[in-house]
Design a protein around this ligand. Structure first.
Ligand SMILES: *Cc1c(COP(=O)(O)O)cnc(C)c1O
Length: 392
């Protein structure tokens, strides 16, 4: 008799629970922007959202989404290459290309889908991908799907990258993949030096601006624009579900490359076009940032205020250059307990644990948004100073 192999969900879940790394969905309520509530804990300030500019509830976005729904319905009905290519998609792509200073842009259903579609379209089995050790899981999955050899360089360490580029010279096409602002560490890629390296080694460069788009650069154009290296980046990837308050993602680059991706990025081809309301909301967000750069300025003022408050208590770590503030804790269990304590005191933060981050580097990841007012930010800093583990 042959034995049927069984995957024991029960055992795996029990093991995850023991390690303190079981993931579970929370029965959250969202009474208003910047607030979440749990049945036993009541209302908390949300320090975990990527809705950095608070745009997801902005009247302009709400109105644009409603209007688009009235005009095109709730769903696009089919893929872009069939009859799902709506005018709102094209308008949004034009606006995103203009924002990022590129010839053309192409929408995807999400940032995850963009990475798993674009990377395998650019490189294959005979090529090499050089990626920062901390890149997002969607980039790692894109690399796996591409079947190319993956070389990871130490986080933001361009000497290490150059060493690897030298070692693998001549082994097919080379693609470098980085994030401009790292989602878990809140630090920034040295883009000017990277652009230089890319030029010298004649490889291609993909920069994922998921957390920087809308927040950094002129009118939210991103860090590539701020660093003045637009011409050295082959493909820029941005998300619409974070600072732009909608849903979806895009890549931007030369017209020919975009035309190629329309033919080769499978996660673009074989999927229903983005919902009209989501694209209209994203377009309204881009327009709003053109007209009202003070929305970004407000976030930066709040980020500075919060960090100043926290620094006054000497948190014993760098608070970084962005709206993402990681507070190192160490072990998963300790990070979980700390986030639990903070929730009981009215602060909703997320403990980021392995496998999302390397073993032993569990942390609280705070993200700041325009939904939080000055008083709430000060309150939170005081509370954090009290609850953070003592410095080593
Ligand atoms: C969030 C994120 C993504 C995924 O974007 P979604 O639109 O949420 O799927 C991709 N890359 C990076 C770096 C991200 O932080």
């Amino acid at each position: 008799m042959t034995k049927v192999p069984v995957l024991s969900y029960e055992k795996i879940i029990a093991a995850l629970k023991r390690e303190g790394s079981l993931r579970q969905l929370l029965p959250l309520e969202h009474p208003e922007g910047g607030r979440v509530a749990l049945p036993e804990l009541g209302e908390m300030l949300d320090f975990s959202s990527n809705d950095y500019l608070g745009l997801s509830r902005h009247p302009r976005l709400l109105a644009a989404a409603a209007e688009a729904m009235g005009r095109w319905g709730t769903g696009a009905g089919s893929a872009r290459l069939m009859s799902g290519n709506l005018a709102i998609h094209r308008h949004l792509e034009e606006a995103l290309a203009a924002l990022t200073g590129r010839e053309a842009a192409l929408l995807f259903g999400s940032g995850y889908l963009a990475n798993v579609g674009v990377i395998p379209a650019l490189v294959g089995r005979h090529d090499v991908i050089f990626a920062d050790r901390l890149v997002h899981a969607s980039i790692v999955d894109g690399c796996r799907l591409a079947g190319a050899r993956l070389q990871r360089f130490r986080h933001n360490d361009l000497d290490h990258l150059e060493e690897l580029l030298q070692r693998h010279r001549g082994e097919g096409e080379a693609l470098i993949v980085v994030e401009s602002l790292y989602s878990m560490d809140g630090d920034i890629c040295p883009l000017p030096a990277l652009a230089e390296l890319k030029k010298r080694y004649r490889c291609r460069l993909l920069v994922d601006e998921a957390h920087a788009l809308g927040v950094f650069g002129p009118h939210g154009a991103g860090l590539v624009a701020r660093a003045g290296v637009v011409g050295q980046v082959d493909l820029l990837l941005g998300t619409l579900g974070k600072a732009l308050g909608a849903c979806g993602a895009f890549v931007a680059g030369e017209r020919l490359l975009i035309a190629y991706l329309i033919n080769r990025a499978r996660s673009f081809i074989f999927t229903t076009a983005p919902a009209p309301a989501a694209s209209a909301a994203a377009l309204a967000a881009v327009e709003l940032l053109q007209e009202q750069p003070e929305i970004c300025a407000e976030l930066w003022r709040k980020v500075e205020l919060f960090k100043e408050q926290l620094r006054a208590f000497d948190p014993g770590c760098e608070l970084g250059p962005s709206q993402i503030v990681p507070l190192p804790v160490g072990q998963s269990g300790a990070a979980l307990r700390l986030s639990e304590t903070l929730r009981q005191k009215g602060l909703f933060t997320v403990a980021v644990r392995p496998p999302t981050v390397p073993e032993g580097t569990a942390r609280l990841r705070l993200s700041l948004t325009n939904h939080l007012d000055d008083e709430e930010l000060i309150q939170a800093a005081v509370l954090l100073a009290k609850e953070l583990p003592p410095k080593p």
